[in-house]
Design a protein around this ligand. Sequence first.
Ligand code: ATP
Ligand code: MG
Length: 522
Amino acid sequence: ALLVLAAVYIAAALAGQVLGVAATDAGEWVGWTATNAMRADLAEHCLDLDMAFHQEHTPGEMIERIDGDIDTLSNFFSQFVILVLGSGLYLVGVLVLLWLEDWRIGVSIAAFTVVSVVVVTRLQNVSVPYVTRERQASAELYGFLEERLAGLADLRSNGASSYVMHRFHHFMRNLFRAGRRSGMMEGVMWSATTGLFVVGLALALVLGLVLYRQGAITLGGAYLIWSYTSELRWPIQQLAQQLQDLQRATASIRRVQQLYSERGRIEDGPGAGVEPGPLSVEFRGVSFSYHEGEQVLRDVSFRLEPGEVLGLLGRTGSGKSTIARLLLRLYDATDGQVLVGGEDVRRFRLDELHARVGMVTQQVQVLQGTVRDNLTMFDTSKSDGRVIEVLRDVGLSSWLRSLPDGLDTELSAGGLGLSAGEEQLLAFARVFLRDPGVVVLDEASSRLDPATELRLEHAVDELLEGRTAIIIAHRLDTVRRADRILLLEDGRVVEHGRRQDLESDPDSRFRALLRTGEEVLA
Ligand code: ATP
Ligand code: MG
């Protein structure tokens, strides 16, 4: 009988292992599939939210929401059901067995179990704030590092390294303190739980002894009682742990839901269906403010016929880039209407609008990826031939030849390894490739040396050919190819007209500017 029992025991143990592996595997699969889908949904949702939203939320915060919160859910998805079911069944099985052995034992140990579940749950709640504080300290440290590493060049050149190290030590010290406290707390919890179960075991031993003396159970029965009581610790701790996880998961789900319910102020229109080719651009009494009460644009109106080029001039902060942002619908006008091709920009689907209006800005974002990806923006329908042609047009042929792997050369994020001028030319090439009907060049040539700028002149001429364009510039010679000139001051149009008319008008500000030869307006 013993041999048979041994065989059954071994078989059960093996089956348990196999089942355990299968359950973990299935659980992980469910957890990762579910959380990855949520991560993707959430990331896509955040990409759709407008610029105003992203200005209010730091990258660190977004990462914490998209990855941190979802990560908390992954344990919930993968382990919760298995562990709660598993430890619940285990607990019930142990109690039933004890009950079958002797009802008095059953009653005492069941009472002990209820008390321990309550106590262990309480104890775990005590440690929660310490763990939260540790996570907070760690998030602060990494947030600090991320920001400082991003500004490395400026920090170094301004000699702020020792200040950074000082702050770094401060955050490290905080993390150390919080970590030590939460570690100590964990130790205390462990001791307390162990103490609790020692009491339980003592109870089982005493009960076993008394019942054995009375002859109610055998010696084997007494051993069984002791052994099963010592088995109770695992399921009780698991249940308490899972209950706590459930709380955390609920909090995470609530935060995720809140992010989901954020609606961008900018929403897709029904689609405008404007014809291909150059498009007209019109601002009708447009006013705009980034924040309540701070008017950046006041009643701006102008119209560009298809193919016309507007030179937009004004001092720093006068609102030139803001006009470009409204045209691309990165923000919506507070008052008035912005029209492209005779249609309100709010009627366009956003991808449709961005396919028809291209912009080159002062800040070029080079993305982690190959040169090809950086130009096509990961659109695989663009042929290599076209990409090479465009690079030649903007004067980057020799640069391309100097790259070790040609179009397949990897560029690193942030454009390390590219000169500012090369970045600018890349941005030009991007717009060229998309072939939009309207282009906005925002100070696009301000970072180029005279030789490079000369190279670009030809490219700009070609880019403007057959397109409507707005050229934003500080320097007067940049707007010599403009058909119209618009002078902006403090968000107001102070002068607007055909360039030739303004040039020949003795009273015009533009002519005054030209006459004084003031190179830079700012
Ligand atoms: P520059 O010649 O220096 O590029 P600009 O004419 O392009 O200047 P804008 O960038 O349009 O000026 O800014 C106009 C005003 O709006 C400025 O006073 C600026 O401080 C403010 N502003 C610009 N962007 C924001 C923003 N995202 N949030 C709040 N205010 C902003
Ligand atoms: Mg600007």
